[in-house]
Design a protein around this ligand. Structure first.
Ligand code: BEZ
Length: 209
């Protein structure tokens, strides 16, 4: 059955541009993002990997390790890395899995045969420190991802995992959050002083730290 939210993120050992990596060991105690792209030496993918490299500090600030995948072989990844730096100005600073046997791609359901039988779709998996899948996104080959949105989601996931809050539509870091229904009004008054009630089921509070 296809992976679903809350499932254990399958572990694997794979060859990457930074040597052999065992996924769970690589993640350690922190958060992780595993994402696939269709193919090396393609325009959208080149821009995407450069964009992720430029966000290195943002991922580090969120205690998150990034791991990319394509089904192309290592020799291709190594040649392509030069293009990524030349075109985007950012050096590849996270490992890129070579998955020519489709081992990891199949494990994570990254091949969608009605889209392509040979190239992975643009999958994103966010994995929590408990090694469970917290978020899944799937984009088609022709649409590059917005990695600022992925950072935004990661921020929300980390916030909602730590506090009993949820984030509303279009929420951005620093904006008000929603107190979940698991928190009584009495408890909310202590934990979220100054919270406001819009409806009995919509209580807003400043973003907790
Ligand atoms: C791209 O990265 O530009 C791309 C890759 C595969 C199919 C279409 C576009």
């Amino acid at each position: 059955m296809a992976l679903q939210l809350g499932d254990a993120a399958p572990n694997f050992t794979a060859e990457t541009t930074e040597g052999m990596i065992t996924f769970h060991e690589y993640l350690g105690d922190g958060w992780g993002i595993l994402f696939s792209h269709p193919a090396d030496f393609t325009p959208v993918c080149t821009t995407e990997l450069g964009a992720v490299a430029k966000l290195r500090g943002e991922f580090a600030r969120r205690n998150t390790k990034v791991l990319a995948l394509s089904v192309d072989p290592m020799e291709s990844h190594e040649r392509w890395a030069g293009d990524i730096e030349e075109v985007t100005g950012a050096k590849l600073n996270f490992p890129l899995i070579a998955d020519p046997e489709l081992t990891v791609a199949n494990l994570y359901g990254m091949l969608h045969p009605n889209a392509s039988t040979t190239m992975t779709v643009r999958s994103v998996f966010i994995i929590g420190p408990d090694k469970k899948v917290k978020l899944m996104l799937t984009y088609p080959a022709a649409t590059g991802r917005d990695f600022k949105e992925i950072l935004r989601v990661l921020t929300s996931l980390q916030l909602t995992a730590k506090h009993q809050v949820a984030t509303p539509a279009d929420w951005r870091e620093g904006e008000e959050v929603i107190i979940t229904m698991a928190v009584s009004n009495e408890e909310a008054a202590v934990r979220f002083p100054g919270y406001t009630t819009i409806k009995p089921y919509i209580r807003m509070a400043a973003q907790p730290v």
